[in-house]
Design a protein around this ligand. Structure first.
Ligand SMILES: [Mg+2]
Length: 231
């Protein structure tokens, strides 16, 4: 039986040192004339949801937001490439990530994938920036597939099933992420969740969301493989 391991990106696999937010705020300002509220949290949200919610908070109506959405995302991607190449920024993988990604990729019983709020081109650029080969992640669901994170779990399931050519029960999906939204988004398909406290939430703040396991980081590859296989 194959277990499909779906990693979140920001705060889970890597930190982009503010490159994503800088690029998004510049894109929002260029299209809508406002960067959105400084206190609005991006983590756990899909890129299109960030656009919609932050611009609603800034007082824009949905029709206006919808009309500018594609241009914001296009400008965001241009700005993201520039921001990720800024030598003053320290985009980097989190502890243990390259080894764990390699181990999951190499394991016959595990399928390596992504479940992220990033639009697919943004995900690719961030992974490339820290030396994680995007092609290693053979199945993925992205913010460009759907604005609502829980809708991404069935997308990942359908793509994994298409790749294997057979059905895969929902409980054979393990979602690893750093926010409550990561821990709850797979409930609709019965996926297991593993919370990691390397993003904006401390371990204690990730309790109460029915995660299969919570870990401080992904540094211990052997221990993580055991947790994943036990899920
Ligand atoms: Mg995250």
């Amino acid at each position: 039986m194959t277990t499909v391991v779906l990693f979140d990106i920001d705060g889970t696999l890597l930190l982009s040192d503010g490159a994503g937010r800088t690029a998004m705020e510049a894109a929002l300002h260029a299209v809508f004339g406002t960067r959105g509220p400084a206190g609005y949290r991006y983590d756990g949200k899909t890129d299109p949801l960030i656009v919609r919610e932050s611009m609603r908070h800034a007082g824009l109506d949905d029709a206006t937001i919808e009309a500018g959405m594609a241009e914001v995302i296009a400008r965001y991607l241009e700005g993201l490439s520039v921001a990720l190449q800024d030598p003053a920024r320290l985009a980097r993988t989190l502890p243990g990530v390259p080894a764990l990604v390699e181990a999951v990729h190499a394991a016959d019983d595990l399928m390596l994938g992504l479940l992220t709020g990033n639009v697919v081109e943004g995900a690719t650029r961030k992974l490339d920036a820290v030396g994680l080969a995007p092609a290693r992640f053979v199945v993925g669901a992205f913010g460009s597939d759907h604005e609502h994170r829980p809708a991404l779990a069935p997308v990942a399931q359908a793509r994994a099933e298409a790749r294997l050519g057979r059905s895969i029960p929902g409980d054979r999906f393990v979602i690893i992420g750093d926010t409550p939204a990561d821990l709850t988004c797979g409930r609709g398909i019965g996926a297991r969740a593993i919370g990691v406290a390397t993003g904006g939430y401390r371990r204690a703040e990730l309790e109460g969301y029915d995660a299969f396991a919570l870990v401080d980081d992904l540094a211990d590859t052997a221990a993580m493989l055991e947790v994943i296989r036990g899920a």
